[in-house]
Design a protein around this ligand. Structure first.
Ligand code: GTP
Ligand code: SPV
Ligand code: MN
Length: 574
């Protein structure tokens, strides 16, 4: 701490206690300097709009580094720098950067304070916006500090918004030292270091050594009419539907029959085997940093209810009476000001940035589960992988066993979104939705996943879904959102050994009759594409998966290669 202050030269140091009064003082100060714009107090009490710098609106994968002593330990999936060079580069940026500013010291805990699965960290930052967001997203303040003092081990994070110059911006990780240095961005995953930097990149590295998993997954509970609850963890890439699925409201008939969905987490999942051999999961976060565009009473009523008060909105538009607005909100209102603070002109830009977000406490969510505070975590019955695939990939299929499930995750592909800077809509491999977040070599990561299959293990079943299959007209073929429960129901029935399926080389697919979709209007094209297996298409997909995996060279586990080759061989025309 002292060293950091000597390097960065702040005028003041503030130790964050996480209290209400501290939060109130910070927001008042940010209202005064324009960092936060208060929203309409009648419609959105204690809520604000923050406009970020227009060049600082998303994660920057090309400026994100994993600095391990051996280059190969970071792997082809990460940008790498030698730790000494990384530190030198970052420290020269940090030199004197907090002059005239306040340095905030944020002790935080990722996960319930009393859980053995939780881990702590301290983020030092010069951004009061980061402090306010970390207060919502983590267990921040005195109880975290007490745990840190007891344990002595914590992740060290240093952050400065710097000049917000994209040419002087780096997000650097030193997993061997449990250290993060982030400079030049104030945005979400670049700056709230507890989130992607700690809970995924550093934690995944730590988890490998300690026998657990840190994943980019939502966690939800499904209670059936018999009152039995199954927990499901699902990995979808950024802006591909985790928040929406985690807060799913069952279709009407299901509600009438007594189905309930509860939310444990919407972005990150830490899992480890329990004494009974099952995987137990916690959500290390305490809030949601969710995508605003597309959130409506129709698509995600739970999210909309959650963000009616005590919410920070970043980069959304405004109505004439200071209500937040985004594309797809569909509430009959109109924006007058866009996310850059200029008069709204649809010819110029959308009102809300496509990666605009809300930060809100998870406790405000109507579907929030008390089990999210459970120190032992929840037992996972099924793991779901999925991406945005306009073509080829059916609605759902089931992996035959754990090793096949690991291949299904490793082979994931998805079209890129606005959550990271760069082109949108380009298909890329995003294994387990962790391409931007795995803090070590993917080859070792796949081996780590495979290692969970050992005597005594009672592993979840693994599935793959695609809510984003399009028809010849370019429109989504599956209604998605609440109707996704129909697919989750099939998974649970498969877990319980009740539902039927057809075997194909890529895994087990439901027949149309295995899903309750009688009241879902689906065209013949939709039915054949959502439930069909396109052999020639998958043959070339498997060739492409093979080429991708070959990029990991000799480190790639032989068992994974063997699963891929055997499926590819089954698909060869005879
Ligand atoms: P991160 O917070 O970036 O990790 O993303 P996320 O996976 O939580 O994404 P989120 O749930 O916010 O999804 C964002 C986008 O996916 C929005 O454009 C949604 O409208 C769209 N989306 C979510 N679920 C569905 C679905 O079932 N069908 C379709 N067609 N779109 C969906
Ligand atoms: C993502 O991009 O996957 C997010 C948002 O969840 S951020 O916190 O910016 O990483
Ligand atoms: Mn995410």
């Amino acid at each position: 701490m002292l060293q950091v202050a000597l390097l960065t030269q702040p005028d003041r140091i503030h130790w964050c206690d996480g209290s209400d009064s501290e939060f109130a003082a910070l927001t008042t100060q940010m209202e005064a300097d324009g960092t936060l714009i208060p929203l309409n107090p009648q419609t959105h009490p204690r809520s604000w709009l923050h406009r970020s710098h227009p060049d600082d609106v998303a994660r920057v994968e090309h400026l994100t580094f994993v600095c391990t002593s051996e280059r190969d330990d970071a792997g082809p999936n990460n940008h790498w720098m030698a730790p000494a060079d990384g530190h030198a580069q970052m420290d020269s940026l940090f030199e004197g950067c907090m002059r005239g500013r306040t340095m905030y010291v944020i002790p935080y805990c990722m996960g319930p304070i009393g859980s053995p699965l939780s881990r702590c960290g301290v983020e030092i930052t010069d951004s009061p916006y980061v402090v306010a967001n970390m207060r919502i997203m983590t267990r921040m303040g005195a109880p975290a500090l007490a745990r840190i003092e007891r344990e002595g081990r914590f992740v060290r994070g240093l952050h400065s918004t710097g000049e917000l110059d994209p040419n002087r911006r780096f997000i650097m990780h030193f997993p061997e030292e449990l250290t993060i240095k982030s400079y030049g961005s104030g945005y979400g995953g670049n700056a709230l270091l507890g989130k992607k930097c700690h809970a995924l990149r550093i934690a995944s590295h730590q988890a490998r050594g300690e026998g657990w998993l840190a994943e980019h997954m939502l966690i939800l509970g499904i209670e059936n009419p018999q009152g039995e609850t199954h927990y499901i963890a699902a990995a979808f890439p950024s802006a591909c539907g985790k928040t929406n699925l985690a807060m799913l409201i069952p279709p009407e008939g299901y509600r009438r029959d007594g189905w309930k969905v509860t939310t444990i987490g919407d972005d990150i999942c830490w899992m480890r085997p329990g004494a009974d051999g099952r995987l137990y999961a916690i959500n290390p976060e305490a809030g949601f940093f969710g995508v605003a565009p597309g959130t409506s009473q129709k698509s995600n009523p739970n999210a909309l209810a959650t963000i009616q008060h005590d919410t920070i909105f970043t980069n959304v538009g405004l109505t004439a009476d200071n209500q937040p607005w985004w594309e797809g909100i569909d509430n009959g209102q109109v924006p007058v000001t866009d996310w850059r603070g200029e008069p709204y002109d649809p010819a110029k830009r959308p009102a809300a940035h496509p990666n605009s977000r809300f930060t809100v406490s998870a406790r405000q969510c109507p579907s929030w589960s008390p089990m999210a505070e459970d120190a032992q975590g929840v037992p996972i019955s099924a793991i779901v992988f999925g991406g945005r695939r306009a073509s080829l990939v059916p609605l759902v299929f089931e992996a035959r066993d754990w090793a096949h499930g690991v291949l299904v995750g490793a082979a994931m592909g998805s079209e890129t979104t606005a959550a990271a800077t760069g082109a949108v809509g380009v298909m890329r491999r995003d294994p387990m939705a962790m391409k931007p977040f795995c803090g070590y070599n993917f080859a070792d990561y796949f081996a780590h996943w495979l290692s969970f299959d050992k005597p005594g293990a009672k592993l979840p079943k693994v599935f793959h879904v695609n809510w984003f299959r399009k028809g010849d007209d370019g429109k989504f073929l599956w209604p998605g959102f609440g109707d996704n429960l129909r697919v989750l129901e099939w998974m649970i029935e498969r877990v319980e050994g009740r539902a039927g399926a057809v075997e194909t080389p890529i895994g087990n697919l439901p027949r149309e009759g295995d899903l309750h979709i009688d009241d879902v209007p689906l065209s013949d094209e939709a039915r054949s594409k959502l439930f069909g297996f396109d052999a020639p298409g998958w043959r070339s997909e498997f060739a492409s998966i093979g080429e991708y995996l070959d990029g990991y060279g000799a480190r790639l586990p032989a068992a994974l290669k063997a699963v891929r080759s055997s499926i590819a061989a089954q698909m060869e025309p005879r």
